[in-house]
Design a protein around this ligand. Structure first.
Ligand SMILES: Nc1ncnc2c1ncn2[C@@H]1O[C@H](COP(=O)(O)OP(=O)(O)OP(=O)(O)O)[C@@H](O)[C@H]1O
Length: 214
């Protein structure tokens, strides 16, 4: 049986008004689909409209990192307590450390009058879509034109080893399968073939009639 939904507590009340006025956007898609490229353009065109939330992590800060800037650094106990309270819209464990996006961090962006853009991988997307209390964001999936083109772009980026490229391609196949399934929450799928066209489609989805006004 599914556990009962956590009630928003005093520790993490949900400010639905701010989130409704500035509805967050979840962007996902395989590694190499072009998310960073398109988001970079969007932020350059609209420097004051969007924000990225600051994630929580249980890993130790690295030299030069500041609490609340790169991450909210926290302990495993506090992290798991917040999980129990439904305080994360999504969270995961990598290399022995916990990482998560808190309701509070996303809300903070909305309260500053900005639309929070969440670049989230597939498992996180599923968690956000099934969160019991967090208001549903808008979901955008960025797809490559084909697996062959994706492979060529990953190679062209020249930032990964052969092993890493193979792992990304394998993961991309799962992501495409999920995106094509009826479980996928996506409100819009944009195929990133020609960059200008894809950018316009993403921009229209985000700032068009249903999105924030430009
Ligand atoms: N429409 C396009 N046509 C040709 N090349 C593109 C296009 N869109 C993106 N690229 C290139 O493809 C590569 C992958 O793009 P990018 O790094 O933005 O992907 P990403 O989805 O952000 O990946 P990751 O999830 O790994 O960060 C980059 O080298 C980028 O310049």
């Amino acid at each position: 049986m599914a556990p009962p939904p956590p009630t928003p507590s005093a520790a993490n009340p949900i400010d639905t008004a701010a989130l409704a006025a500035h509805r967050p956007i979840v962007i996902s898609g395989p590694s190499g689909a072009g998310k960073s490229t398109i988001l970079k353009r969007l932020f350059a065109e609209f420097p004051d409209k969007f924000g990225f939330s600051v994630s929580h992590t249980t890993r130790a800060p690295r030299a030069g990192e500041e609490d609340g800037r790169e991450y909210h650094f926290t302990t495993k106990e506090k992290f798991l307590e917040l999980v129990e309270q439904g305080g994360f819209i999504e969270h995961a464990q990598f290399g022995g450390n916990h990482y998560g996006t808190s309701v509070r961090a996303v809300q903070e962006i909305a309260e500053r009058g900005r639309v929070c853009i969440l670049d989230i991988e597939m498992e996180g997307v599923k968690q956000v879509a099934s969160h019991p209390t967090f208001p549903r964001p808008r979901f955008l999936f960025l797809a490559p034109p084909s697996m062959e083109v994706l492979e060529a772009r990953l190679r062209g980026r020249a930032s990964d080893s052969e092993d890493a490229i193979q792992k990304r391609l394998k993961q991309a196949a799962y992501e495409m399968e999920f995106a094509n399934s009826s479980d996928a929450p996506h409100d819009k799928v944009v195929v990133n073939n020609d960059l200008d066209t894809a950018y316009r489609e993403v921009r229209d989805f985000i700032i068009g009639k249903e999105g924030v006004q430009a």
